[in-house]
Design a protein around this ligand. Structure first.
Ligand code: PRP
Ligand code: URA
Length: 211
């Protein structure tokens, strides 16, 4: 599927997903293993950034023809659950600018409301890692993308980093931002009557933050 990258389902990833989906998993284990998956996703997101050729001289006096990243980056978690992904981004990108978009789904209707946004002033000149672990109906991420577009960010510069998605959520995402990219850990088959992902893992934010 164009612009949709699913992490390779390696034996390690299967083990990690089995732990975080297990309702018997304790909170500290959930956090540790969710962080492991998030790190793999963030590393894959960096693979999508543009590079240009760069030649350096090694201590042996020979030249090595490699590359460097081009352009500026920022990360934008969709608060609250997306904040669980901030640490992994900070670990791989020193001093990265971090914006915030607070969006909450209504518990009855699953419709998203935007409460707050604070973004780097030059965000239109940056690539944006948009962070949210769960993509269910797609309502929240599409609202976040609206905010980014209102601040001048081109769809092509948006990389949405996500742990578990659904076909419905991906479809909504591709409609609201056909030029943006999704990196997801796993595509689950469907939503239940409360718009929760199944099999899913429940409410990610509650499990991660213990609230
Ligand atoms: C969850 C999740 C996404 C959204 C996904 O957040 O983190 O933001 O739901 O659902 P959607 O694709 O149907 O919009 P929620 O609003 O429950 O808030 P939280 O981050 O506080 O858990
Ligand atoms: N948000 C979650 O945390 N889990 C879901 O399954 C859907 C939305």
């Amino acid at each position: 599927m164009k612009n949709v990258i699913v992490l390779p389902y390696t034996p390690q990833l299967e083990v990690l997903f089995t732990i975080i989906r297990n309702k018997e998993t304790k909170r500290n284990e959930f956090i540790f293993y969710a962080n492991r998956v998030i790190r793999l996703l963030v590393e894959e997101a960096l693979n999508q950034l543009p590079t240009r050729g760069k030649t350096v001289t090694t201590p042996t006096g020979s030249s090595f023809s490699g590359s460097e990243f081009v352009g500026k980056l920022c990360a934008v978690p969709i608060v609250r659950a997306g904040e669980s992904m901030e640490k992994a981004v900070r670990e791989v990108c020193r001093a990265i600018r971090i914006g915030k978009i607070l969006i909450q789904r209504d518990e009855e209707t699953a419709l998203p409301t935007l409460f707050y946004a604070k973004l780097p002033p030059d965000i239109a000149n940056r690539h944006v890692l948009l962070l949210d672990p769960m993509l269910a109906t797609g309502g929240s991420v599409c609202k976040a993308i609206e905010v980014l577009k209102d601040h001048g960010v081109a769809e092509e510069k948006i990389i949405f980093v996500n742990l578990i998605s659904t076909p419905e959520g991906i479809e909504s995402f591709r409609k609201c931002a056909p030029g943006a990219t999704i990196i997801t850990g796993y595509i689950d088959p469907e939503l239940n009557s409360k718009a929760y992902i199944v099999p899913g893992l429940g409410d990610f934010g509650d499990l991660y933050f213990g609230t």
